[in-house]
Every structure is written in structure tokens, then in C-alpha cells.
Design a protein around this ligand. Sequence first.
Ligand code: FO1
Length: 307
Amino acid sequence: MRIVALAGGIGGARFLRGVQRAYPEADLTVVVNTGDDTTLYGLRICPDLDTVMYTLGEGIDEERGWGRQDESWRAKEELAAYGSPTAWFGLGDRDLATHLRRTQLMLGGMSLTEVTASLCGRWQPGATLLPMSDSQAETHVTVVEEGTKKAIHFQEWWIRHRAALPAQAITLVHHGDLLPAAGVLEAIDAADLVLLPPSNPVVSIGTILQVKGIREALTDKRVVGVSPIIGGAPVRGMADACLTAIGVETSAEAVGRHYGSDLLDGWLVDTTDAGVTVPGVEVRAVPLLMTDLDATAAMARAAVDLA
Ligand code: FO1
């Protein structure tokens, strides 16, 4: 069975571990959000690609959900001691090697797709990881800070400001057409089904859907989404701050309707949200808390059954 998933960071990566547990024989391709990517200290940092790679490759820090296990923060502490203005970014010493290696390969001429395949050579995630695009696109957030309206990078809003500054707009900034990475449209075309894991509907799934041709490629595919909102709140992270920014209520029903029947065939909501309706979409209520791998595998089976 060929499965394609569009995924962002922590929630998406955890769900995919359940997909692999439930369907070890499946051919899984993950199209990963790169709108969170940023260049710091001259290094290209790809938070969602790394989170999926580390999670499926058993290198993730389980508690944080991002970055490497058994991490140390010596470089970050030294940068703070120098008064670096970007010392707020959680630059782990082991994680730093990934940013260094990625940048080294890109400087050698590799595309992000090729770099990702090379890094996955070490991690063996058991899935094909594709960036949504090989060209650069970054999510910027328009905020008002000390009376001044300005656009800051998503990471600064998310990490430095904990998304506490109200976002007036969330914009994907790129030059020219944002074309899908090599293999993305082919993988979607060949898929038996497409899953939208419980990633951030705005800055992860929503970003991937802005890549030229992806939304169209999904129209004649069987697509099932998993709600990242349970009982009116995000399970983790700050998707509510993002949903508010685009005028969508933080509820399983509102997110399902936001995705809409043009995109979704099925929508999984938690049992707390049983009774949710999305016009033109089959809704099922199952336990959606990824408390452990078995629970996550059960969610994956429910999503595939619905598809
Ligand atoms: N999230 C945080 O809340 N604080 C951090 O300092 C932080 C650093 C970081 C470094 C590398 C990486 O791959 C992810 C990191 N994240 C951090 C998570 C990241 O900001 C978000 O998870 C994604 O960008 C949103 O999905």
C-alpha cells in the first residue's frame, strides 16, 4: 500500500510513527513543510524535516518532541555569552551537526531533496522524506511590537515570543513560483491514499498546500485528515494562535470545514468532538490522543479504514 502524508513537525512526526507501526509493509512518502526553515549563523535549518527524520529515525528527544536526545547546549550558551541576537533559538550541540552537514552539502551543490536523502542515509527513517519544495520559502508573521508593525520569521514568533504577539498575518514568502520538489507530485499521483496528520493546519499543512500543483494533485486522491484540535484546544503547540490569525475558530469542526470537501474525503475527530459535521466529508470520532505507540497505531488504522 502506497501512502503519502503531508506533515509538519511534532504532531505529524508522532502520527507517522503510528502509521509505520500499523502498516510496516506500506510504502510511506512524507512531504514535509519547509516554511519553518530559517538561515541562522549561515546555516540552513529545517525544523520539520529534522523533526520527522529524528522521530522516525529514533534520534528525537521524546520530551521536547524536537531536536536530539541526550542533547547539550554549550554552543547556545556561548552564543548567549557573546550577546548574539539569535541566541533565543534552541541550537543543540548534536543538532548543530545536522545544520552544519546540511549546509556543507548544499554549498557543494546538492538540492534540499538530495541533502535530505543523504541525511536520511544515516537515520533510516523507513519512509521517503521529501521537502515540499527545493526552492526557499519562509513563513513570516506580521506582528505589532512596541507599536511598530513588522514581519518576523515564524521561528522568532514561535520560539522567542511563544506566539504571544497577536499575528496580524501569516505569509509564506518566496520568489516566483513555489514549485514542488522532485518526486512530490509523482508520489501523490501514485499513492493509494493521502493522510493529513495532526500537524498545524495553518503553518504546516496550509503551507504545503500553497506549493504549486499540490492541491490540484490531491483533488482526485482519497484524502483523510486527522484533527489536531481536541475539545477546542490544540493537543500541543500553539495552532490556536495560528488559526485565530486566519480567522478560523479553534475547533475540530472549524478546521475540518477550513480544509473543506474539495480537499478532504474523511476527517477523524476525537471522541470528545463526536457529532462534528463537515459538509461533503465523512467524519468519524475515535480516540486521538497519541498517548503511546499503540494508541497512535490505532489512530493510523482508523484513518486508513476511513480512507
Ligand atoms: N521549538 C521551541 O519551542 N524552542 C526552540 O528553541 C526550538 C528550537 C528548534 C531547533 C531545531 C528544530 O528542528 C526545532 C526547534 N524547535 C524549537 C521546534 C520548532 O521551532 C517547531 O517545532 C517547528 O518549527 C514547528 O513545527
